[in-house]
Design a protein around this ligand. Structure first.
Ligand code: SAH
Length: 346
């Protein structure tokens, strides 16, 4: 029989699984506690009997990411490159804000969305991450840094809504009251805007923050930057955002990476303001993070200021995101790419 991936299991499921092994269901809670403390071996579960630890070892796998590389920025941002059991790599970023420590996790190895400014898209999708591998990023980042994690953003490598079932399971695991118990309102899920999946997520009525990577208010520009837009266009996406808000009561926020001469004109700002005002959402402006493999350039400060002022002047709530980790390979996918080039395993 194939071994089960224990870090992907909810305590309720663990209770059933160990009952089959002739163990008392209450042990499941103890095991789940240990798993959420980031143990690397069943032997570390010291309040369990030796025979039970052996049974667990025989019946379950315990995934532990291996630290391959770590970069620390002057601003305290730490970027981790983890190697998974099958030798694929993913990145995790830890950001220290006044309101708490935020960990940005990857949800896939690679990505098949093909956004033209994003390092993660190069090379396409390799595979989905398991819930245990998403948990592993949170747990081992906390363990390595010695910092408590209060917020999670699903904004690393991959498209979370392209791996929705596993992401939903991860959310249950990380939110569980017997585990890390991170509140849904402390979690942000970022998507390039998959309409059907936004509706599916809405049906679960989870109180996380949905962040949509909009990057352009018109189909011509958005089709070029975010190929997934070609399916239904901006109108279908904004309609899905409105349904999401109506269903969950949570305002959607919109990411907008400012790219010189591509999406930063005053006309585009006016068009964006109209779209976003209709949804009651918020715009997060990010200066494009230039990456070695792509030719697009960030907008200059004058354009950026004019753009954000145009939005504000039209009643849109705007933040210009402070870019952390500028002195390290901060944009998602960069560290993994650099390692590939230097002849690392993935
Ligand atoms: N697939 C999801 C989450 C991963 S990308 C999504 O598209 O939202 C996380 C965010 O970083 C997205 O808003 C994405 O558009 C943005 N991003 C990717 N590459 C970037 C770059 N070079 N500069 C600025 N933002 C970038």
């Amino acid at each position: 029989m194939q071994k089960q991936d224990i870090r992907s299991m909810l305590p309720e499921e663990l209770a059933t699984a160990i009952l089959v092994l002739g163990e008392k269901p209450f042990r499941a809670k103890q095991i789940f506690h240990w798993l959420n403390r980031g143990v690397e071996r069943f032997d570390e579960m010291t309040n369990l009997s030796q025979p039970l630890r052996e049974k667990l070892d025989a019946n379950f796998t315990l995934s532990v990411p291996q630290l391959l590389d770590k970069q620390t920025s002057r601003d305290g941002t730490i970027k981790y490159l983890w190697q998974l059991a099958d030798s694929n790599c993913v990145e995790t970023v830890l950001m220290q804000y006044r309101h708490g420590n935020t960990v940005c996790i990857s949800t896939q190895v690679g990505c098949r969305m093909g956004c033209t400014f994003c390092a993660s898209a190069i090379g396409g999708l390799v595979r989905n991450l398991e819930p245990s591998e998403m948990m592993g990023q949170v747990l081992f980042t906390a363990r390595d840094s010695g910092l408590a994690i209060s917020n999670i953003v699903l904004m690393g490598i991959g498209e979370p809504l392209d791996n929705l079932d596993r992401v939903l399971r991860f959310l249950k695991l990380v939110n569980h009251s017997d585990g890390l118990h991170i509140g849904m309102r402390h979690i942000t899920l970022s998507t390039c805007g998959l309409v059907e999946e936004i509706d599916k997520l809405g049906e679960h009525n989870i109180q996380l923050t949905l962040s949509v990577s909009l990057h352009a208010p018109d189909d011509a520009t958005r089709n070029r930057l975010v190929p997934a837009n070609r399916k239904g266009g901006v109108d279908a996406l904004m309609a899905a955002c409105k349904r999401y808000f109506a269903r969950t009561g949570r305002r959607v926020s919109f990411e907008y990476a400012m790219i010189d001469g591509v999406n930063d004109s005053p006309e585009q700002a006016i068009r964006l303001a109209k779209l976003v005002r209709d949804t009651g959402g918020h715009v997060n402006i990010i200066p494009l993070n230039p990456i070695a493999e792509r030719t697009l350039c960030p907008s200059g400060k004058t354009n950026l200021d004019l753009f954000s002022e145009t939005l504000r002047g039209r009643g849109v709530s705007v933040t210009v995101r402070r870019t952390l980790g500028q002195d390290i390979d901060a944009a998602c996918g960069q560290l993994r790419k650099r390692r590939e080039k230097e002849g690392g395993s993935q």
